[in-house]
Design a protein around this ligand. Sequence first.
Ligand SMILES: [Zn+2]
Ligand SMILES: [Zn+2]
Length: 136
Amino acid sequence: MQLCKVCSEQTPKYKCPTCKIRYCSLSCYKLHKDSCLPVEKPPPNSTKRTVSTDTWSNEDFLDEDDITDAVPVEKLCLLGHSKELKDLLCNPHLRELLRTIDSANSKEQAMNAAMQEPLFVEFSNQCLKIVEQEDA
Ligand SMILES: [Zn+2]
Ligand SMILES: [Zn+2]
């Protein structure tokens, strides 16, 4: 349960239009207004950087844009061109697994569940193999 950010006593009913904090009453708003700071907006071209790196497996892990930090683009292209991966992805069961992970509320949980599937393990091993083979 939330409390008014100004007096910390009442349930907040209102939201400051500038900084979005919640407050309970006009008197609290008057108090707050003096110290109100607008919510910081990230500069337009740095928004992509806000993708948190410690949750890569939780967020659209098949989205190339989001994992380019971890995997160089040219290797992602290799993934896309890999015949082995394409063969694996011909399997409707695997596609279903990936869809499940993609739409799961908890991607981590879904990933863990998927790792119980030999097919998915094979798929992720194949991905890793392709990503790593250039370094070998
Ligand atoms: Zn208040
Ligand atoms: Zn405010």
